[in-house]
Design a protein around this ligand. Structure first.
Ligand code: CA
Length: 317
């Protein structure tokens, strides 16, 4: 518009702008070679590998957009988040070749990590199968990892029944020796959601499993403090895998596998704050959000809020 009309502004601009408010989405900056930051972010939009119907491939965009719902200011900590998040974009994926896609995710993330851009990485899925590729790449570049997995499920299914789906990532990581069982901590495992055989498999492999009953009884802080200290002594970095279905269906309606008896958001944020405050915790994936079935973007908003809680904890230490 070369000559402005009175009372009109350009189409698509927000209805209201407050000069003192900075939205969290403005922390995202496209990747530029050589520019370093405390945080990097990559979208891993793969969900055709899901056992159940899933539009989780839309989640990376929905989570970025949900950052617009928040300001950068923590009133509790009295600080503005200022460190930018370098956004590497989304990994290109084929519509038809699912196994090749898992390899593409791995290759893409090796490339990203080798740029040595960020101290901490956020990896946005996608269904939970993306964690296999992400952790494989992370280990290759940064060394041995310990993993804190928030999940209603073990994700230790056999691969004979359906190939490398979103039910198998940790089984594959264990059997391929990428992640020893004793370096895996599963938190929030839920009743009537898993098979006995996989509970037994976890135990046989030395996986530390905490059910929702354990979380309610011992408290998230006690569990995570103990496990982070244990892992810190034996690995190069600690990686959080946040499957949103760890949350009760009341808090995460946009997960393909919803159910009652799950975690509440306060407990999750308390856990992420504790983990973010630890030097060795340097990566987090967020998976299993399907924006096409979500209600008012509630679940993507939880994801965006989780990123901010993690950053707040990093900023405060
Ligand atoms: Ca999972």
């Amino acid at each position: 518009m070369s000559e402005k009309l009175r009372h009109l502004k350009q189409a698509g601009q927000g209805a209201f702008v407050d000069r003192h408010t900075t939205r969290a989405k403005s922390l995202l900056h496209p990747y530029e070679k050589g520019v370093k930051s405390k945080y990097g972010l990559v979208g891993l939009p793969l969900s055709k590998t899901s056992i159940s119907h899933s539009g989780a491939s839309f989640a990376p965009a929905a989570i970025r957009e949900a950052l617009q719902s928040y300001t950068v200011y923590s009133g509790e900590a009295k600080v503005d988040l200022e460190e930018k998040i370098v956004d590497f974009g989304d990994v290109y994926l084929s519509p038809t070749n699912l196994i090749e896609n898992q390899h593409s995710l791995y290759e893409a993330l090796v490339d990203v990590f080798q740029t040595d851009t960020a101290e901490n990485y956020f990896l946005l899925g996608g269904d939970h199968s993306v964690s296999y590729s992400a952790m494989k790449a992370y280990k290759e570049v940064f060394g041995d990892i310990g993993v804190i997995q928030f999940d209603a499920h073990h994700d230790l299914r056999n691969t004979e029944d359906g190939g490398p789906t979103n039910g198998t990532p940790f089984r594959r990581l264990l059997t391929e020796g990428i992640l020893p069982g004793e370096n895996l901590v599963q938190v929030g495992i839920r009743d009537f959601t898993n098979a006995k055989a996989y509970d037994q498999y976890a135990e046989d492999q030395g996986v530390a499993v905490y059910t929702m009953a354990d979380v309610r009884q011992d408290g998230i802080e006690q569990i995570l403090s103990k496990e982070v200290e244990r892992l810190a002594g034996k690995v190069q970095a600690i990686y959080i895998s946040l499957d949103m279905d760890v949350l009760d269906q009341a808090f995460a309606p946009g997960c393909p596998a919803i159910g009652p008896g799950g975690m509440d958001t306060d407990t999750l944020f308390e856990g992420l704050s504790l983990l973010g405050g630890h030097d060795m915790v340097q990566a987090m994936d967020i998976v299993e959000i399907d924006p096409t079935i979500d209600f008012r973007n509630m679940t993507s908003r939880v994801a965006a809020y989780s990123l901010l809680q993690f950053m707040k904890a990093k900023g405060m230490r």
